[in-house]
Design a binder for this molecule. Sequence first.
Ligand code: ADP
Ligand code: MG
Length: 209
Amino acid sequence: MGIFIVLEGIDGAGKSTQAKLLAKWFEKRGYEVVLTKEPTDTAFGKLIRRLVLTGGREGIIDGAKISHEAEALLFAADRAEHVKKLIEPSLKAGKVVISDRYFYSSLAYQWARGLDLEWLINLNKFAIRPELVILLDLPVKESMKRINGRKLKSEFDKIAELQKKVRENYLKLVEMFPEMKIVNALASIEDVHNDIVALVEHEILSKKE
Ligand code: ADP
Ligand code: MG
């Protein structure tokens, strides 16, 4: 069996940056790495990007809002494809799978939308659990500075408010899921990378030897 690691955190926390660095770190040590993300690049992921993520995660189809439940089902459908077609086969082949967002994103974001946490967990029962989930945690103010250029001014306040709730939810999830570990994402890119590597060594590699 391979190794399954997930990076989580609000927009601008550094997930994509750190996922790439961690992938390189494993590759240098001779591991075969699959660097992946959610939403995926498959048909469902593309649908999510088109219907849900444009417009600041507002869930709009043809000018009408879609229900948060339908949104959660779309994310779960994309995840089911991701798990069955990429994650499980890659782990069976002994590879290291690093995913930029996963199940925990659905919990943090859809819970912030007011959906029932237990319902969300049950909906995602098929999603195999990673060995390690790195939560890149930082204040919303700092994350908004980092992603400033990505968003329209009119969306800014609305997004900041959602991000704040999502950050709080992530921190609550850490109490519920022992595989989740917090890393201070305010530090430099290099320091954050070193903290992640230390966790990987301590939580995964030392236990496999
Ligand atoms: P995410 O994938 O979580 O949205 P990114 O990795 O895309 O975050 O990073 C968002 C922005 O912040 C990018 O411009 C990136 O270069 C920058 N960034 C990432 N990590 C740090 C850091 N530790 N300190 C300062 N800037 C960072
Ligand atoms: Mg990213």
